[in-house]
Design a protein around this ligand. Structure first.
Ligand code: NAD
Length: 497
């Protein structure tokens, strides 16, 4: 019998008000049901928001360092249960065990960083233009945070949002992706075990339309933090905009890696293999474009094809698996449709290009690591996010053309250049239009204590991670203290002569 999971609303584990459920299955073996989850509706969201609103009035007054100590305990519990959660996550969404361990570790890192921020949350003091007067700014919590997350980092991304929201004094209504509800439930269990007052966190499982939209549209939800596709980000932004809500959007990517002729080709090769096929290409920062200088193009493509042909597909729990399945049937169909588009556009399929169905792979959503060469700038496979193990190789004549190609997409999340030339490296840091640039490293590998996010249609200017995310979860309050004992009018009673 599959395990039964619940919502957590108003301090209680409960079923959906609809009484309906949905199943979650292992993408490496769809015969395995991970669990049965409540298929919730607006009614459940309304209850969750009411509880979060009620809890806010007390939670906002708890000293931030005390809130931080609860998150410290969360970090400790995540550390204790890292292996158990990583195994559940691999069964739930397919990525290999080394990566799901890394995903939990990112949650742990985010927790311990949050503990340190809880003792900072700095405001400013500034001199007044008038005598016997002080100017101070404070960081205040905002209210109820609606948090909507994707499935590809089922622990890390919720922690990026929930920990700073809580440490800043907000309460939370959390809707995880319906492909990864079990990992999300573990996180909520741990928050409660660590001592978080129950109504401060509310977990509502279900679909984007039935749960996500009611959260976004609820008048008592003050801010929305969303990570997911640009298409859904646009819908959320327009709905939340009607109510002037604060919204943080972390969206898609079409990340490129440039390799110059002076690069260490062995390093560049390891980098692109990890960047393009780690997490089966399903990272917002995945390398989906490889931009090769003409002088090393042919040699590098040969090296790449040989290594890609050796990648082993399989269940991520098996130690010899390099590449796990994609998340579900729809994702595999989407990936394959892009392969067909690439062929029609005139790109040359070098390797892969079809589902992998041999032996044990037949009962999972596997897709062969795929490389297209002769890809021209502007082709759809070069412009649109495929979110799977498909790499497009583009040949360029020089550095300037490489920069033009890497910048020529609607996205601006991550980027990479391999070169030993310090001048080119610094020009790339300056001229690549992206939130993240790696020098001699792949496009993936963000660290939890640094700001994370992208330019252009990758988001709306906010950042997750590090110190910057705390700006999103707090409102600035400015206080003027006049101890002159008389009315002093700013701009009028100043005397600069
Ligand atoms: P998605 O946009 O389909 O779903 C994300 C979340 O939004 C899920 O919880 C989903 O149920 C919910 N949702 C769907 N439709 C909704 C709607 N109309 N209203 C409200 N909520 C809705 O994305 P996904 O398939 O889960 O994740 C993959 C996408 O996420 C990719 O585009 C990837 O690049 C992006 N991503 C971005 C980052 C980043 O930090 N920039 C990180 C990871 C993933």
């Amino acid at each position: 019998m599959a395990e039964k999971y619940y919502n957590f609303i108003n301090g209680e584990w409960c079923e959906a008000s609809t009484g309906e459920t949905f199943e979650n299955r292992n993408p490496a073996n769809w015969d395995e049901v991970i669990g049965v989850f409540p298929k919730s509706s607006k009614e459940d969201v309304d209850k969750a928001v009411r509880a979060a609103r009620e809890a806010y009035e007390e939670w906002r007054l708890v000293p931030a360092p005390k809130r931080g100590m609860i998150i410290k305990k969360v970090g400790d519990l995540l550390t204790e249960r890292k292996e158990e959660i990583a195994r559940l996550m691999t069964r739930e969404m397919g990525k290999v065990l080394a990566e799901t361990r890394g995903d939990v570790q990112e949650g742990i890192d985010t927790a311990y960083y949050a503990v340190s921020e809880a003792r900072r949350l700095f405001g400013h003091t500034a001199p007044s233009e008038l005598p016997n007067k002080m100017n101070i700014s404070f960081r205040m919590p905002i209210g109820v945070a609606g948090i909507i997350t994707p499935w590809n980092f089922p622990m890390a991304i919720p922690t990026w949002k929930i920990f700073p929201a809580l440490v800043s004094g907000n309460t939370v209504v959390f809707k995880p992706a319906s492909d990864t509800p079990a990992t999300a439930t573990k996180l909520v269990e741990i928050l409660l075990e660590a001592g978080l007052p129950p109504k401060v966190i509310n977990l509502v499982h279900g679909t984007g339309n039935q749960v996500g939209i009611p959260i976004v549209e609820h008048p008592d939800v003050d801010l929305i933090s969303f990570t997911g596709s640009s298409a859904v980000g646009r819908i959320i932004n327009s709905k939340a905009g009607k109510d002037l809500k604060r919204v943080s959007l972390e969206l898609g990517g079409k990340n490129g890696q440039i390799v110059m002729p002076d690069a260490r080709l062995d390093l560049a090769l390891d980098g692109v293999l990890w960047g393009a096929f780690g997490t089966t290409g399903q990272r917002c920062t995945a390398t989906s474009r490889l931009i090769l200088h003409k002088d090393i193009h042919d040699k590098f493509v040969d090296m790449l094809a040989e290594r890609v042909s050796q990648l082993r597909l399989g269940d991520g729990l098996k130690p010899d698996t390099d590449v796990g399945p994609v998340i579900n049937e729809g994702a595999r169909e989407k990936i394959h449709s892009y392969v067909e588009i690439g062929k029609k556009e005139g790109a040359t399929l070098l390797i892969g290009g079809e589902p992998a169905t041999d032996g044990e792979l037949a009962r999972g959503w596997f897709y062969k690591p795929t490389i297209f060469v002769d890809v021209k700038p502007g082709m759809r496979i070069e412009q649109e996010e495929i979110f799977g193990p498909v790499l497009s190789v583009i040949k360029v004549n020089d550095f300037d053309e490489a920069i033009k190609v890497i910048n020529d997409t609607e996205y601006g999340l991550s980027s990479s250049i391999y070169t030993q030339d310090v001048n080119l490296a610094f020009r790339a840091m300056r001229d690549i239009n992206a939130g993240i640039t790696y020098i001699n490293g792949p496009t993936i590998g963000a660290e939890a204590h640094m700001p994370f996010g992208g330019t252009k249609h990758t988001g709306n200017g906010h950042r997750e991670g590090g110190w910057e995310v705390y700006d999103f979860y707090t409102e600035t309050k400015v206080v003027y203290v006049d101890f002159s004992g008389r009315l002093q009018r700013a701009q009028i009673d100043v005397d600069y002569d």
